[in-house]
Design a protein around this ligand. Structure first.
Ligand SMILES: Cc1cc2nc3c(=O)[nH]c(=O)nc-3n(C[C@H](O)[C@H](O)[C@H](O)COP(=O)(O)OP(=O)(O)OC[C@H]3O[C@@H](n4cnc5c(N)ncnc54)[C@H](O)[C@@H]3O)c2cc1C
Length: 178
């Protein structure tokens, strides 16, 4: 437990400042319809979805640290689709399955957006778009893999969109991998 706490993220440390350890840790035997081990994004979202489907189901989330104490409390807060993974997914699973998974990741973002607007506006969810950029020479051209993706699938931004999103009026950019 100590090693987990020592590696807590800066922002989780801030969020938890002044709070005291749970005075009632789980002891003994607890019975529930569903037990979920781990209160990260996956565990908590699973619990929410079960309760949404059937509020009468008794769900227990068991967390060794604090909810969000793992990777979920360290992430950068970017909610992204799997479009950047499309080439690897296609190589591993074939084009149809890759596209299905990418579309599912888009649907997941819609769900998160709906959830935040209904239940958690303080999360300040907003769609900012994303750019595939290079900050070192070694990263230049990483996006050329897009040429393996069938053209109709590619979400290609217009040239006007790039300076608007990046804040850079000038610079080398391309809207086409070819
Ligand atoms: C630095 C960093 C930045 C990231 N940035 C992003 C980003 O910008 N966008 C993005 O989409 N993803 C990002 N990720 C990835 C994302 O954070 C993870 O994929 C996601 O949080 C995983 O959630 P999880 O619920 O599976 O795991 P976790 O959040 O790790 O939750 C697992 C929980 O289980 C608990 N646990 C483990 N074992 C037990 C046990 N035996 N009993 C009880 N509890 C247990 C742990 O304490 C933990 O709280 C980032 C990850 C890191 C590390």
């Amino acid at each position: 437990m100590l090693s987990i706490v020592m590696h807590r993220s800066f922002w989780l440390e801030q969020a938890l400042a002044g709070s005291v350890d749970d005075p009632n840790p789980l002891r003994g035997t607890v019975t529930s319809d569903v037990a979920i081990v781990g209160g990260g994004f996956v565990g908590l979202w699973t619990a929410l979805m079960i309760k949404r489907q059937d509020p009468d189901v008794d769900v227990c989330v068991v967390e060794a640290d604090v909810c969000g104490g793992g990777a979920s409390g360290r992430c950068g807060g970017f909610v992204m689709t799997w479009w950047p993974k499309i080439v690897s997914l296609t190589t591993l699973l074939g084009a149809d399955e890759a596209l299905r998974l990418v579309r599912a990741s888009e649907a997941a973002i819609d769900e998160i957006e709906n959830f935040c607007s209904e239940r958690a506006p303080e999360a300040e969810f907003r769609r900012g778009g994303w750019l595939w950029t290079a900050t070192t020479g070694a990263q230049l051209g990483a996006w050329m893999k897009w040429s393996l993706v069938p053209r109709p699938w590619r979400p290609v931004p217009s040239a006007d969109w790039i300076p608007e999103r990046s804040g850079a009026a000038r610079g080398r950019h391309s809207t086409s991998p070819e």
